[in-house]
Design a protein around this ligand. Structure first.
Ligand SMILES: C[S@@+](CC[C@H](N)C(=O)[O-])C[C@H]1O[C@@H](n2cnc3c(N)ncnc32)[C@H](O)[C@@H]1O
Length: 350
């Protein structure tokens, strides 16, 4: 055994544990709006942060020190002040933008919280059902994806597929399958006033939140959110079906894709977004895939297995996607050349 390797690896373990704690502390910072309050403020004393946030002095003090040690905040010992650097604020205090990374932390407690149940599932089978993650789980998924969808879906992703963009502009009918809290349909309805949008999801909490958003935005006539399974919409036809961050979660992916195929109008397309992962494990050895494998174990894969599904997992990769598409009877499958560090994009047609 090499002693240096042991020493280096022990440092990595501390580094990872600090990362876990840092993520949970950052969750608290996002949840309590502390990063937003520290944004653009320069150096701040503890007392000033207490005053501006109205939060408990002792909790804040410990949190600030922890965030300094994990590299989120800067500390100025001469003046005992704390600072959120503007580059960090760009990622942590920028809700609603496509560069907001704070939403990722919202997934940490709900996912890590089920680790004991997942460990048990290794021995006894089963898993954690989607609804066991509760409202916090629904909100976390929404917060992770909302900014990106709002900023990129219409103006970048759809724009890069000119014929679909044209149909949306002229007015067509879309279905967002596994719509969650409705961010995709809300974005499309806003960007393409002539288009009519439908969203469907099995989860009632998600649909209720989606309906509320549509009502708040005055889109009740343009968007219909449906709670239920795909058979509810069997007789309808759509020009564009979107499936974002969803196929790898499904209990019956081929069955769903076959049903969606029947609902696609002649010349229509399915637009799919999935987490970015390579087919080979050796090409996935990076922090993003490491994060995705954790999300898979503690959410995506386990909720599929819990419901009797195959547990495709967050990192299923493009080859598996192509296999599913072909098995479902589609003849057109294209990996779209849309750039993203975290997502893969596909277009599917009959
Ligand atoms: C990871 S979430 C993604 C939500 C949303 N598409 C997004 O990108 O934010 C996956 C969603 O698929 C939904 N879902 C899973 N199986 C489904 C099914 N058979 N029919 C409808 N929705 C389903 C879940 O309830 C969940 O809201």
């Amino acid at each position: 055994m090499d002693e240096n390797t042991i020493r280096e690896f022990s440092q990595k373990i501390f580094h990872d544990l600090a990362g876990s704690m840092g993520s949970a502390m950052a969750y608290v910072g996002v949840k309590n709006g502390i990063f937003k309050i520290m944004k653009d403020q320069g150096e701040m004393t503890l007392e000033l942060i207490v005053e501006k946030t109205g939060l408990n002095n002792r909790y804040l003090e410990e949190w600030l020190k922890g965030m300094v040690c994990t590299g989120y905040l800067k500390y100025h010992p001469e003046r005992k002040t704390f600072e959120l650097p503007e580059e960090h604020a760009f990622l942590l205090a920028s809700d609603g933008t496509d560069h907001f990374m704070g939403g990722l932390f919202s997934a940490v407690p709900m996912m890590v919280g089920v680790a004991p149940k997942v460990a048990d599932a290794f021995r006894n089978g089963g898993g954690v059902h989607f609804n066991e993650f509760g409202e916090e789980g629904v909100d976390a998924i929404s917060l992770m994806n909302e900014g990106t969808y709002r900023q990129r879906l219409a103006s970048y992703w759809m724009k890069s597929i000119p014929d679909i963009f044209q149909k949306l502009t002229e007015g067509c009918t879309t279905l967002d399958f596994g719509c969650g809290t409705g961010n995709v349909s809300m974005t499309l309805a806003e960007a393409f006033p002539r288009t009519t949008c439908y969203g469907i999801d099995l989860d009632l909490t998600s649909i209720q939140k989606a309906e509320q958003s549509a009502q708040n935005a005055g889109f009740k006539d343009k968007i219909s959110f449906i709670h239920g399974n795909i058979e509810t919409l069997e007789d309808q036809q759509f020009d564009l079906i979107t499936i974002l961050d969803c196929i790898h979660d499904l209990v019956d992916p081929v069955g769903i894709l076959k049903s969606l195929k029947k609902m696609l109008r002649q010349g229509g397309s399915i637009f799919i977004v999935e987490p970015k992962a390579a087919d080979k494990l050796e090409e996935n050895i990076n922090p993003i895939a490491g994060m995705y494998y954790g999300m898979s174990l503690f959410h995506c894969m386990t909720q599929s297995i819990a419901a009797g599904g195959p547990g495709l997992g967050t990192c299923m990769g493009p080859q598996k996607m192509e296999d599913l598409i072909k098995e479902s009877g589609f003849s057109q499958f294209e990996i779209l050349k849309i750039k993203s560090p975290v997502s893969l994009f596909y277009r599917v047609g009959i």
